[in-house]
Design a protein around this ligand. Structure first.
Ligand SMILES: Nc1nc2c(ncn2[C@@H]2O[C@H](COP(=O)(O)OP(=O)(O)OP(=O)(O)O)[C@@H](O)[C@H]2O)c(=O)[nH]1
Ligand SMILES: [Mg+2]
Length: 510
Protein backbone atom coordinates (compact mmCIF):
# COMPACT_ATOMS: atom_id res chain seq x y z
CA UNK A 1 0.00 0.00 0.00
CA UNK A 2 1.20 3.48 -0.69
CA UNK A 3 1.45 5.54 2.44
CA UNK A 4 2.98 8.62 0.94
CA UNK A 5 4.10 11.31 3.30
CA UNK A 6 1.90 14.34 3.08
CA UNK A 7 4.02 17.21 2.11
CA UNK A 8 3.82 20.16 4.41
CA UNK A 9 6.21 23.05 4.76
CA UNK A 10 8.94 22.32 7.26
CA UNK A 11 7.87 24.99 9.67
CA UNK A 12 4.49 23.39 10.18
CA UNK A 13 6.00 20.23 11.55
CA UNK A 14 7.27 20.05 15.10
CA UNK A 15 10.97 19.34 15.28
CA UNK A 16 11.62 15.81 16.35
CA UNK A 17 13.90 15.00 19.26
CA UNK A 18 17.53 14.91 18.32
CA UNK A 19 18.45 11.51 17.04
CA UNK A 20 21.59 10.66 18.78
CA UNK A 21 21.85 8.27 21.65
CA UNK A 22 21.45 4.61 21.20
CA UNK A 23 19.15 3.34 23.86
CA UNK A 24 17.41 0.04 24.23
CA UNK A 25 13.72 0.23 25.09
CA UNK A 26 13.91 -0.90 28.69
CA UNK A 27 17.48 -1.02 29.85
CA UNK A 28 20.78 -0.99 28.06
CA UNK A 29 22.03 -4.52 27.66
CA UNK A 30 25.34 -5.48 29.19
CA UNK A 31 28.23 -6.59 27.14
CA UNK A 32 27.51 -9.68 25.15
CA UNK A 33 23.94 -9.63 26.27
CA UNK A 34 21.43 -9.44 23.46
CA UNK A 35 19.31 -6.27 23.27
CA UNK A 36 16.10 -8.20 23.75
CA UNK A 37 15.07 -11.80 23.47
CA UNK A 38 13.08 -12.99 20.50
CA UNK A 39 14.78 -11.05 17.76
CA UNK A 40 12.61 -7.97 17.89
CA UNK A 41 14.48 -5.52 20.09
CA UNK A 42 13.91 -1.97 18.99
CA UNK A 43 16.84 0.37 19.17
CA UNK A 44 16.04 3.98 19.20
CA UNK A 45 18.24 6.93 18.74
CA UNK A 46 17.09 9.50 21.24
CA UNK A 47 18.17 12.88 22.47
CA UNK A 48 21.09 13.45 24.76
CA UNK A 49 24.36 11.61 24.85
CA UNK A 50 24.61 10.61 28.48
CA UNK A 51 26.99 12.18 30.96
CA UNK A 52 25.93 15.50 32.40
CA UNK A 53 22.30 15.47 31.42
CA UNK A 54 21.26 18.85 32.81
CA UNK A 55 23.98 20.84 31.11
CA UNK A 56 23.27 18.99 27.97
CA UNK A 57 19.63 19.85 28.19
CA UNK A 58 20.35 23.54 28.53
CA UNK A 59 22.74 23.45 25.66
CA UNK A 60 20.19 21.56 23.68
CA UNK A 61 17.53 24.20 24.25
CA UNK A 62 19.90 26.79 22.84
CA UNK A 63 20.68 24.56 19.91
CA UNK A 64 17.00 24.01 19.39
CA UNK A 65 16.40 27.75 18.96
CA UNK A 66 19.29 28.05 16.52
CA UNK A 67 18.13 25.08 14.57
CA UNK A 68 14.61 26.31 14.33
CA UNK A 69 15.97 29.42 12.70
CA UNK A 70 18.10 27.41 10.28
CA UNK A 71 15.27 25.11 9.43
CA UNK A 72 12.68 27.82 8.92
CA UNK A 73 10.58 27.83 5.77
CA UNK A 74 12.76 27.55 2.70
CA UNK A 75 12.38 29.93 -0.22
CA UNK A 76 12.90 26.89 -2.39
CA UNK A 77 10.17 24.76 -0.84
CA UNK A 78 7.65 23.84 -3.50
CA UNK A 79 4.76 23.86 -1.08
CA UNK A 80 2.06 21.28 -0.57
CA UNK A 81 0.02 22.19 -3.62
CA UNK A 82 -0.97 19.68 -6.29
CA UNK A 83 0.93 19.62 -9.58
CA UNK A 84 -0.13 18.10 -12.89
CA UNK A 85 3.11 17.34 -14.58
CA UNK A 86 4.40 16.79 -18.09
CA UNK A 87 7.59 14.75 -17.85
CA UNK A 88 10.02 15.75 -20.59
CA UNK A 89 13.00 13.51 -21.14
CA UNK A 90 15.82 14.73 -23.38
CA UNK A 91 17.11 11.52 -24.91
CA UNK A 92 20.60 11.21 -26.28
CA UNK A 93 20.26 8.52 -28.92
CA UNK A 94 23.87 8.24 -30.03
CA UNK A 95 27.39 9.50 -29.41
CA UNK A 96 29.49 9.60 -26.25
CA UNK A 97 26.75 11.25 -24.18
CA UNK A 98 24.40 8.30 -24.68
CA UNK A 99 23.96 6.70 -21.28
CA UNK A 100 24.89 3.02 -21.15
CA UNK A 101 22.76 0.25 -19.63
CA UNK A 102 19.46 2.04 -20.02
CA UNK A 103 16.94 3.35 -22.54
CA UNK A 104 14.97 6.59 -22.77
CA UNK A 105 11.82 4.62 -21.89
CA UNK A 106 13.34 3.29 -18.67
CA UNK A 107 14.73 6.68 -17.75
CA UNK A 108 11.37 8.32 -18.23
CA UNK A 109 9.79 5.53 -16.18
CA UNK A 110 12.08 6.42 -13.30
CA UNK A 111 11.24 10.10 -13.70
CA UNK A 112 7.55 9.18 -13.50
CA UNK A 113 8.22 7.08 -10.39
CA UNK A 114 9.84 10.10 -8.77
CA UNK A 115 6.76 12.22 -9.45
CA UNK A 116 4.41 9.43 -8.31
CA UNK A 117 6.23 9.43 -4.99
CA UNK A 118 4.75 12.86 -4.29
CA UNK A 119 1.29 12.53 -2.92
CA UNK A 120 -0.72 15.03 -4.89
CA UNK A 121 1.42 15.25 -7.99
CA UNK A 122 0.27 13.41 -11.09
CA UNK A 123 1.88 12.78 -14.45
CA UNK A 124 -0.37 13.83 -17.34
CA UNK A 125 2.05 13.49 -20.21
CA UNK A 126 5.34 11.83 -21.02
CA UNK A 127 7.43 13.33 -23.78
CA UNK A 128 10.74 12.05 -25.10
CA UNK A 129 12.65 14.58 -27.19
CA UNK A 130 15.91 13.71 -28.90
CA UNK A 131 18.92 15.88 -28.24
CA UNK A 132 22.59 15.69 -29.06
CA UNK A 133 23.85 17.40 -25.97
CA UNK A 134 21.57 17.76 -22.94
CA UNK A 135 24.20 19.86 -21.15
CA UNK A 136 23.73 22.76 -23.57
CA UNK A 137 21.97 25.80 -22.20
CA UNK A 138 18.69 25.09 -23.90
CA UNK A 139 19.10 21.35 -23.82
CA UNK A 140 17.32 20.92 -27.17
CA UNK A 141 18.08 22.01 -30.71
CA UNK A 142 16.04 24.91 -32.06
CA UNK A 143 13.56 22.89 -34.12
CA UNK A 144 12.91 20.36 -31.36
CA UNK A 145 12.51 23.15 -28.83
CA UNK A 146 9.85 24.82 -30.94
CA UNK A 147 7.99 21.56 -31.45
CA UNK A 148 8.16 20.89 -27.72
CA UNK A 149 6.91 24.38 -26.86
CA UNK A 150 3.91 23.92 -29.14
CA UNK A 151 3.18 20.54 -27.63
CA UNK A 152 3.30 21.88 -24.07
CA UNK A 153 1.10 24.85 -24.94
CA UNK A 154 -1.52 22.38 -26.17
CA UNK A 155 -1.70 20.79 -22.73
CA UNK A 156 -3.94 23.21 -20.81
CA UNK A 157 -4.21 21.07 -17.68
CA UNK A 158 -0.49 20.79 -17.12
CA UNK A 159 0.81 22.99 -14.29
CA UNK A 160 4.48 22.04 -14.42
CA UNK A 161 7.14 20.47 -16.59
CA UNK A 162 9.60 18.04 -15.06
CA UNK A 163 12.67 18.25 -17.25
CA UNK A 164 14.55 15.03 -16.55
CA UNK A 165 18.07 16.46 -16.41
CA UNK A 166 20.28 16.68 -13.37
CA UNK A 167 20.16 20.43 -13.09
CA UNK A 168 19.22 23.50 -15.11
CA UNK A 169 20.52 26.95 -14.31
CA UNK A 170 17.99 29.32 -12.83
CA UNK A 171 18.38 31.49 -15.93
CA UNK A 172 17.44 28.64 -18.25
CA UNK A 173 14.63 27.70 -15.89
CA UNK A 174 13.24 31.21 -16.08
CA UNK A 175 13.46 31.33 -19.86
CA UNK A 176 11.79 27.95 -20.20
CA UNK A 177 9.05 28.99 -17.77
CA UNK A 178 8.44 32.12 -19.79
CA UNK A 179 8.30 30.14 -23.02
CA UNK A 180 5.98 27.43 -21.67
CA UNK A 181 3.91 29.42 -19.20
CA UNK A 182 4.25 26.77 -16.47
CA UNK A 183 6.71 25.93 -13.70
CA UNK A 184 9.80 23.95 -14.71
CA UNK A 185 11.58 21.55 -12.35
CA UNK A 186 14.80 19.60 -12.80
CA UNK A 187 15.83 16.37 -11.06
CA UNK A 188 17.59 18.26 -8.31
CA UNK A 189 14.48 20.22 -7.39
CA UNK A 190 12.20 17.19 -7.51
CA UNK A 191 14.49 14.95 -5.48
CA UNK A 192 15.04 17.75 -2.99
CA UNK A 193 11.28 18.14 -2.69
CA UNK A 194 10.85 14.40 -2.06
CA UNK A 195 13.59 14.55 0.54
CA UNK A 196 11.90 17.50 2.18
CA UNK A 197 8.61 15.61 2.35
CA UNK A 198 10.27 12.53 3.85
CA UNK A 199 12.74 14.11 6.25
CA UNK A 200 11.89 13.24 9.82
CA UNK A 201 14.96 13.91 11.92
CA UNK A 202 16.86 17.09 12.48
CA UNK A 203 19.87 15.64 10.73
CA UNK A 204 18.00 14.87 7.54
CA UNK A 205 16.47 18.34 7.59
CA UNK A 206 19.86 19.95 8.07
CA UNK A 207 21.29 17.95 5.21
CA UNK A 208 18.52 19.17 2.98
CA UNK A 209 19.10 22.75 4.07
CA UNK A 210 22.75 22.26 3.16
CA UNK A 211 21.88 20.83 -0.23
CA UNK A 212 19.80 23.95 -0.90
CA UNK A 213 22.68 26.37 -0.48
CA UNK A 214 24.11 26.00 -4.02
CA UNK A 215 20.61 26.58 -5.44
CA UNK A 216 20.13 29.68 -3.32
CA UNK A 217 23.52 30.90 -4.47
CA UNK A 218 22.77 30.53 -8.15
CA UNK A 219 19.34 32.13 -7.70
CA UNK A 220 21.04 35.02 -6.00
CA UNK A 221 23.34 35.59 -8.96
CA UNK A 222 20.36 35.92 -11.26
CA UNK A 223 18.38 38.13 -8.90
CA UNK A 224 21.33 40.46 -8.61
CA UNK A 225 21.91 40.74 -12.33
CA UNK A 226 18.20 41.51 -12.75
CA UNK A 227 18.28 44.10 -9.97
CA UNK A 228 21.39 45.67 -11.46
CA UNK A 229 19.61 46.11 -14.72
CA UNK A 230 16.61 47.70 -13.03
CA UNK A 231 18.57 50.00 -10.76
CA UNK A 232 21.08 51.04 -13.36
CA UNK A 233 24.16 50.90 -11.25
CA UNK A 234 23.54 51.95 -7.61
CA UNK A 235 24.82 48.72 -6.20
CA UNK A 236 25.85 49.63 -2.67
CA UNK A 237 23.69 49.22 0.35
CA UNK A 238 23.66 52.59 2.07
CA UNK A 239 26.76 53.23 4.11
CA UNK A 240 27.84 49.59 4.39
CA UNK A 241 30.32 49.61 1.55
CA UNK A 242 29.00 46.17 0.72
CA UNK A 243 27.10 45.43 -2.45
CA UNK A 244 23.75 43.69 -2.19
CA UNK A 245 25.36 40.62 -3.71
CA UNK A 246 28.13 40.65 -1.13
CA UNK A 247 25.70 41.00 1.76
CA UNK A 248 23.52 38.18 0.53
CA UNK A 249 26.51 35.99 -0.17
CA UNK A 250 27.82 36.61 3.31
CA UNK A 251 24.46 35.70 4.82
CA UNK A 252 24.43 32.49 2.80
CA UNK A 253 27.96 31.66 3.83
CA UNK A 254 27.11 32.18 7.49
CA UNK A 255 24.06 30.01 7.13
CA UNK A 256 26.09 27.28 5.48
CA UNK A 257 28.63 27.40 8.30
CA UNK A 258 25.91 27.19 10.94
CA UNK A 259 24.36 24.18 9.23
CA UNK A 260 27.72 22.45 8.94
CA UNK A 261 28.41 23.12 12.61
CA UNK A 262 25.04 21.81 13.68
CA UNK A 263 25.58 18.69 11.59
CA UNK A 264 29.03 18.28 13.03
CA UNK A 265 27.58 18.45 16.52
CA UNK A 266 25.01 15.77 15.75
CA UNK A 267 27.73 13.64 14.25
CA UNK A 268 29.96 13.95 17.26
CA UNK A 269 27.16 12.57 19.32
CA UNK A 270 26.74 9.85 16.80
CA UNK A 271 30.35 8.86 17.06
CA UNK A 272 29.71 8.42 20.76
CA UNK A 273 26.93 6.11 19.83
CA UNK A 274 29.35 4.24 17.65
CA UNK A 275 31.75 3.79 20.55
CA UNK A 276 28.89 2.50 22.66
CA UNK A 277 28.01 0.00 20.00
CA UNK A 278 31.63 -1.04 19.79
CA UNK A 279 31.88 -1.46 23.53
CA UNK A 280 28.97 -3.80 23.53
CA UNK A 281 30.59 -5.64 20.69
CA UNK A 282 27.54 -5.96 18.55
CA UNK A 283 28.59 -6.49 14.99
CA UNK A 284 27.10 -3.91 12.64
CA UNK A 285 25.63 -4.76 9.26
CA UNK A 286 24.84 -1.95 6.83
CA UNK A 287 21.98 -2.71 4.47
CA UNK A 288 22.40 -0.74 1.27
CA UNK A 289 20.95 -0.58 -2.21
CA UNK A 290 19.06 1.40 -4.82
CA UNK A 291 15.98 3.24 -3.62
CA UNK A 292 12.90 1.02 -3.33
CA UNK A 293 14.87 -2.24 -3.61
CA UNK A 294 13.50 -3.49 -0.27
CA UNK A 295 16.10 -2.56 2.35
CA UNK A 296 13.62 -1.61 5.04
CA UNK A 297 11.44 -4.65 4.26
CA UNK A 298 14.46 -6.91 4.63
CA UNK A 299 15.48 -5.42 7.97
CA UNK A 300 11.93 -5.74 9.16
CA UNK A 301 11.97 -9.42 8.18
CA UNK A 302 15.36 -10.06 9.77
CA UNK A 303 14.56 -8.35 13.06
CA UNK A 304 10.82 -8.89 13.35
CA UNK A 305 10.52 -5.21 14.10
CA UNK A 306 6.96 -4.21 13.43
CA UNK A 307 7.52 -0.47 13.70
CA UNK A 308 9.48 -0.32 10.45
CA UNK A 309 7.53 1.03 7.53
CA UNK A 310 8.54 -0.10 4.10
CA UNK A 311 6.78 1.95 1.44
CA UNK A 312 6.38 1.68 -2.26
CA UNK A 313 7.96 5.02 -2.66
CA UNK A 314 11.34 6.40 -3.61
CA UNK A 315 13.46 7.67 -0.73
CA UNK A 316 11.11 6.46 1.98
CA UNK A 317 14.13 6.13 4.27
CA UNK A 318 16.30 9.21 4.70
CA UNK A 319 17.75 8.59 8.10
CA UNK A 320 20.15 5.96 9.17
CA UNK A 321 18.47 3.87 11.84
CA UNK A 322 19.75 0.91 13.79
CA UNK A 323 17.78 -2.26 14.50
CA UNK A 324 18.76 -5.31 16.52
CA UNK A 325 18.41 -8.84 15.23
CA UNK A 326 19.83 -12.29 15.76
CA UNK A 327 21.91 -14.63 13.66
CA UNK A 328 21.39 -18.42 13.71
CA UNK A 329 23.85 -18.96 16.54
CA UNK A 330 21.92 -16.37 18.59
CA UNK A 331 24.57 -13.74 18.09
CA UNK A 332 22.99 -10.31 18.45
CA UNK A 333 23.78 -7.93 15.59
CA UNK A 334 22.71 -4.47 14.57
CA UNK A 335 21.28 -3.88 11.13
CA UNK A 336 21.60 -0.35 9.85
CA UNK A 337 18.98 0.93 7.39
CA UNK A 338 20.36 3.51 4.96
CA UNK A 339 19.24 6.02 2.37
CA UNK A 340 18.70 4.50 -1.08
CA UNK A 341 20.70 5.43 -4.16
CA UNK A 342 19.55 6.90 -7.45
CA UNK A 343 21.26 7.18 -10.82
CA UNK A 344 22.22 10.77 -11.63
CA UNK A 345 21.43 11.83 -8.12
CA UNK A 346 22.54 15.42 -8.18
CA UNK A 347 26.05 15.69 -6.93
CA UNK A 348 25.42 18.22 -4.16
CA UNK A 349 22.62 16.18 -2.79
CA UNK A 350 24.78 13.10 -2.54
CA UNK A 351 27.49 15.14 -0.92
CA UNK A 352 25.21 16.48 1.76
CA UNK A 353 24.14 12.95 2.63
CA UNK A 354 27.52 11.35 2.22
CA UNK A 355 28.54 12.10 5.78
CA UNK A 356 25.62 9.94 6.81
CA UNK A 357 26.87 7.25 4.52
CA UNK A 358 30.37 7.52 5.91
CA UNK A 359 28.97 5.72 8.94
CA UNK A 360 28.98 2.66 6.75
CA UNK A 361 32.77 2.59 6.99
CA UNK A 362 32.37 1.58 10.63
CA UNK A 363 30.26 -1.43 9.94
CA UNK A 364 31.49 -4.99 9.87
CA UNK A 365 29.60 -6.06 6.79
CA UNK A 366 27.63 -4.56 3.91
CA UNK A 367 24.58 -6.30 2.53
CA UNK A 368 23.77 -5.03 -0.95
CA UNK A 369 20.08 -5.53 -1.70
CA UNK A 370 18.94 -5.54 -5.33
CA UNK A 371 15.43 -5.43 -6.75
CA UNK A 372 15.99 -8.17 -9.27
CA UNK A 373 12.61 -7.57 -10.93
CA UNK A 374 13.47 -4.02 -11.92
CA UNK A 375 14.19 -3.61 -15.64
CA UNK A 376 17.22 -1.47 -14.82
CA UNK A 377 18.58 -3.74 -12.11
CA UNK A 378 22.01 -3.92 -13.75
CA UNK A 379 22.32 -0.16 -14.01
CA UNK A 380 21.13 0.11 -10.40
CA UNK A 381 23.85 -2.27 -9.28
CA UNK A 382 26.45 -0.25 -11.15
CA UNK A 383 25.17 2.96 -9.52
CA UNK A 384 25.31 1.49 -6.03
CA UNK A 385 28.79 0.06 -6.53
CA UNK A 386 30.10 3.32 -7.91
CA UNK A 387 28.70 5.35 -5.00
CA UNK A 388 30.16 2.84 -2.55
CA UNK A 389 33.50 3.11 -4.28
CA UNK A 390 33.47 6.88 -3.90
CA UNK A 391 32.85 6.62 -0.19
CA UNK A 392 36.40 5.38 0.33
CA UNK A 393 35.31 2.41 2.34
CA UNK A 394 37.93 -0.01 3.63
CA UNK A 395 38.56 -2.58 0.92
CA UNK A 396 37.70 -5.56 3.11
CA UNK A 397 34.14 -4.19 3.38
CA UNK A 398 33.77 -4.05 -0.39
CA UNK A 399 35.34 -7.47 -0.83
CA UNK A 400 33.17 -9.19 1.73
CA UNK A 401 29.92 -7.55 0.57
CA UNK A 402 26.92 -9.91 0.42
CA UNK A 403 24.80 -9.47 -2.69
CA UNK A 404 21.13 -10.21 -2.21
CA UNK A 405 18.63 -10.59 -5.05
CA UNK A 406 15.30 -9.49 -3.63
CA UNK A 407 11.66 -9.80 -4.77
CA UNK A 408 12.20 -13.23 -6.33
CA UNK A 409 8.59 -14.06 -5.45
CA UNK A 410 7.72 -12.08 -8.58
CA UNK A 411 9.86 -14.22 -10.89
CA UNK A 412 9.14 -17.87 -11.42
CA UNK A 413 12.03 -20.19 -10.51
CA UNK A 414 14.59 -17.40 -10.25
CA UNK A 415 18.25 -18.38 -10.25
CA UNK A 416 20.94 -15.74 -9.81
CA UNK A 417 23.51 -15.59 -12.57
CA UNK A 418 26.04 -13.92 -10.28
CA UNK A 419 28.10 -16.30 -8.26
CA UNK A 420 27.58 -15.99 -4.50
CA UNK A 421 24.39 -13.93 -4.82
CA UNK A 422 21.54 -15.05 -2.59
CA UNK A 423 17.96 -15.09 -3.86
CA UNK A 424 15.37 -13.95 -1.32
CA UNK A 425 11.93 -12.50 -0.91
CA UNK A 426 12.07 -10.09 1.99
CA UNK A 427 8.32 -9.66 1.77
CA UNK A 428 7.46 -13.36 1.99
CA UNK A 429 10.46 -14.43 4.05
CA UNK A 430 12.00 -16.76 1.47
CA UNK A 431 15.72 -17.44 1.65
CA UNK A 432 16.21 -15.56 4.92
CA UNK A 433 17.68 -18.51 6.81
CA UNK A 434 20.36 -18.98 4.15
CA UNK A 435 21.01 -15.27 4.19
CA UNK A 436 21.43 -15.22 7.96
CA UNK A 437 23.85 -18.17 7.73
CA UNK A 438 25.89 -16.32 5.14
CA UNK A 439 25.87 -13.12 7.19
CA UNK A 440 26.98 -15.04 10.25
CA UNK A 441 29.85 -16.67 8.40
CA UNK A 442 31.07 -13.31 7.14
CA UNK A 443 30.57 -11.58 10.48
CA UNK A 444 32.64 -14.20 12.27
CA UNK A 445 35.44 -13.67 9.77
CA UNK A 446 35.14 -9.89 9.87
CA UNK A 447 35.10 -9.58 13.64
CA UNK A 448 37.56 -12.36 14.39
CA UNK A 449 34.97 -13.99 16.61
CA UNK A 450 34.82 -17.72 17.03
CA UNK A 451 32.11 -20.11 17.99
CA UNK A 452 33.49 -22.84 20.20
CA UNK A 453 32.65 -25.23 22.96
CA UNK A 454 34.61 -25.33 26.21
CA UNK A 455 34.54 -27.79 29.05
CA UNK A 456 34.32 -26.11 32.42
CA UNK A 457 34.18 -26.99 36.03
CA UNK A 458 30.89 -25.79 37.47
CA UNK A 459 32.47 -24.98 40.80
CA UNK A 460 35.03 -22.64 39.25
CA UNK A 461 34.62 -19.08 38.01
CA UNK A 462 34.71 -19.95 34.29
CA UNK A 463 31.00 -19.88 33.64
CA UNK A 464 30.41 -16.45 35.12
CA UNK A 465 33.55 -15.20 33.38
CA UNK A 466 32.21 -16.43 30.06
CA UNK A 467 28.83 -14.85 30.70
CA UNK A 468 30.59 -11.55 31.23
CA UNK A 469 33.17 -11.63 28.48
CA UNK A 470 31.54 -13.64 25.70
CA UNK A 471 28.13 -14.68 24.41
CA UNK A 472 27.03 -17.92 25.98
CA UNK A 473 24.80 -19.91 23.70
CA UNK A 474 24.26 -23.26 25.33
CA UNK A 475 25.17 -24.85 28.62
CA UNK A 476 25.02 -28.62 28.81
CA UNK A 477 25.50 -29.75 32.41
CA UNK A 478 27.11 -33.12 33.17
CA UNK A 479 25.75 -33.76 36.69
CA UNK A 480 27.87 -36.89 37.25
CA UNK A 481 31.19 -35.01 37.37
CA UNK A 482 30.10 -31.41 38.06
CA UNK A 483 31.24 -30.08 34.71
CA UNK A 484 29.47 -28.48 31.77
CA UNK A 485 29.99 -28.03 28.07
CA UNK A 486 29.47 -24.43 27.17
CA UNK A 487 29.03 -23.17 23.61
CA UNK A 488 30.15 -19.57 23.27
CA UNK A 489 30.79 -16.87 20.71
CA UNK A 490 34.00 -15.23 21.74
CA UNK A 491 36.23 -12.49 20.35
CA UNK A 492 39.94 -13.01 19.74
CA UNK A 493 41.20 -11.03 22.70
CA UNK A 494 38.70 -12.53 25.14
CA UNK A 495 39.69 -15.95 23.89
CA UNK A 496 43.35 -15.22 24.59
CA UNK A 497 42.52 -14.06 28.10
CA UNK A 498 40.39 -17.13 28.73
CA UNK A 499 43.25 -19.42 27.79
CA UNK A 500 45.61 -17.58 30.11
CA UNK A 501 43.20 -17.56 33.02
CA UNK A 502 41.99 -21.11 32.66
CA UNK A 503 44.81 -23.08 31.04
CA UNK A 504 43.29 -26.39 32.09
CA UNK A 505 39.91 -25.84 30.51
CA UNK A 506 39.35 -28.15 27.55
CA UNK A 507 38.48 -26.34 24.33
CA UNK A 508 36.73 -27.94 21.37
CA UNK A 509 37.20 -26.01 18.17
CA UNK A 510 34.46 -26.51 15.62
N1 LIG B 1 7.00 -8.48 -4.22
C1 LIG B 1 7.89 -8.05 -3.36
N2 LIG B 1 7.89 -6.76 -2.98
C2 LIG B 1 8.82 -6.34 -2.10
C3 LIG B 1 9.79 -7.23 -1.56
N3 LIG B 1 10.59 -6.52 -0.72
C4 LIG B 1 10.14 -5.25 -0.73
N4 LIG B 1 9.06 -5.14 -1.55
C5 LIG B 1 8.27 -3.92 -1.81
O1 LIG B 1 9.10 -2.92 -2.37
C6 LIG B 1 8.70 -1.63 -1.92
C7 LIG B 1 9.87 -0.89 -1.33
O2 LIG B 1 10.26 -1.50 -0.13
P1 LIG B 1 11.14 -0.76 0.98
O3 LIG B 1 11.54 -1.80 1.96
O4 LIG B 1 10.47 0.46 1.47
O5 LIG B 1 12.39 -0.33 0.09
P2 LIG B 1 13.66 0.54 0.51
O6 LIG B 1 14.82 -0.06 -0.21
O7 LIG B 1 13.75 0.63 1.99
O8 LIG B 1 13.28 1.93 -0.16
P3 LIG B 1 13.78 3.44 0.20
O9 LIG B 1 13.86 3.58 1.69
O10 LIG B 1 12.73 4.28 -0.41
O11 LIG B 1 15.11 3.60 -0.47
C8 LIG B 1 7.58 -1.87 -0.91
O12 LIG B 1 6.35 -1.70 -1.58
C9 LIG B 1 7.76 -3.31 -0.51
O13 LIG B 1 6.58 -3.94 -0.10
C10 LIG B 1 9.76 -8.61 -1.98
O14 LIG B 1 10.53 -9.46 -1.57
N5 LIG B 1 8.79 -8.94 -2.87
MG1 LIG C 1 13.71 2.24 3.23
Amino acid sequence: AVVAARCRPLSARPLSAAAVRLRAPHRPPGRGEPPRAGGGGRWKEVAGAGGDEEDEEEEEDEDEADLEELLGPSPLALGPGAQRVAVVHPAVKWGPKKPPLTTAELQIAEAVALIDTLQNWTVLEKIIIPTKNPDKKFIFGKGNFQALTEKIKKLPHVTAVFLNVERISSLTKKELEDAWGVKVFDRYTVVLHIFRCNARTKEAKLQIALAEIPLLRSNLKNDVSRLDQQRGGSRYIMGSGETFMETQNRILKEKELKIRNALEKLRRKRSLLRTQRRKREFPIISVMGYTNCGKTTLIKALTGESGLQPRDQLFATLDITAHAGYLPSHMAVIYVDTIGFLTDLPHNLVESFSATLEEVAYSDLIVHVRDITHPETILQKATVLSVLKNLNLPSHLLDSMVEVHNKVDLIERYKPTEENALAISALHGHGLEELKEEIEKKILTATGKKILTVNINLEGPQLSWLYKEATVQEVEVMPEDGTARVKVIIGNSAFGRYRNLFPNSKIFMP
